[in-house]
Design a protein around this ligand. Sequence first.
Ligand SMILES: NC(=O)c1ccc[n+]([C@@H]2O[C@H](COP(=O)([O-])OP(=O)(O)OC[C@H]3O[C@@H](n4cnc5c(N)ncnc54)[C@H](OP(=O)(O)O)[C@@H]3O)[C@@H](O)[C@H]2O)c1
Length: 329
Amino acid sequence: MKAIVQDAYGPADVLRLGDVDRPGIGDEEVLVEVRAAAVDPGVWVLMTGRPYLMRVAGFGLRRPKVAVRGRDVAGVVAAVGARVTRFQPGQEVYGTCESGSYAEYASARQSRLAPKPADLTFEQAAAVPVSGMTALQAVRHGARVRPGQRVLVIGASGGVGSFAVQIAKADGASVTGVCGAAKAGLVRSLGADDVIDYAHGEIDRDGRRYDVVIDTAGNRPLSLLRRVLTPRGTLVVVGGGHTAYRFTGGMGRTFRAPLLSMFTGQRLRPLMSRERAEHLEELTRLVESGAVTPVIDRVYPLAAVPDAIRHLTGGHPGGKVVVTVPGAA
Ligand SMILES: NC(=O)c1ccc[n+]([C@@H]2O[C@H](COP(=O)([O-])OP(=O)(O)OC[C@H]3O[C@@H](n4cnc5c(N)ncnc54)[C@H](OP(=O)(O)O)[C@@H]3O)[C@@H](O)[C@H]2O)c1
């Protein structure tokens, strides 16, 4: 099958369109004929091998253990393992995969897939899993946003932020989004009540306090984030600003936040997102109720994945960057 593969860590130039074997599947796995995939900063981490911490964490010291990139997947079930009970061939699914989704076929655990929301195209569905689950866990499980609360989403126009704004609004919050000036209209269209243009004012500029701060941008010190929180407010640290730090990926705030939390009334929580079918199903319900619509910035064909990744890391996309994969059958 055709796939985007890499033999070494490095910039997007290390990626090439090649021919590889179709992935095999275990008893609990599903073979998906990929129709669409998406790009997120995690793809950049696995491509570059940075921060170096991830290499010692088991992703491959000198080169990535899994040669094909791409985590989000939407497609059609081609085959199922012996103990798969939730899916059958021909069914349309979405979720995250193990073998890399920038390929004609991908293998995925059944526990990381859900039926594709009927009203979404494959491209829209592929935009949801990684970013949507992260946003859902930040808003509902990390911050437990309640109706009437004031929520600040930093990085509101990005992959995670565009979902977080919509989910917080669906849960009855008053939302302020932080983004660049060019994205203010987009963020308001997602439901944000107010927008702060980060180029023209810092988040503490008007003395406002928030019950919840969700930080996906990852480039502000904890002291500043705490200053805009109410005395018993909750901060969820989602982004680490990984591109700026070679060794640890800016994980310092992630480690310091829970320590500091022990000495203050504010709850300071790092988020390590998990991939679960029940969270995908929760997102399906939000999509089907009309509360959440994935925002697609740009769609690239499979062969142009390197450009898609360059666009994500340098082009300030609004919403998600998606990859289409021509039918393989
Ligand atoms: N903790 C976890 O489990 C988890 C899971 C998924 C992702 N993440 C991390 O979350 C972060 C965000 O991911 P993503 O997919 O949303 O990335 P993304 O699509 O690139 O979005 C990043 C956003 O940050 C905004 N931004 C840049 N500089 C900013 C600033 N100074 N102030 C406010 N906003 C600023 C960008 O807006 P402009 O385009 O307007 O500049 C953009 O909307 C990444 O670090 C990623 O690795 C963590």
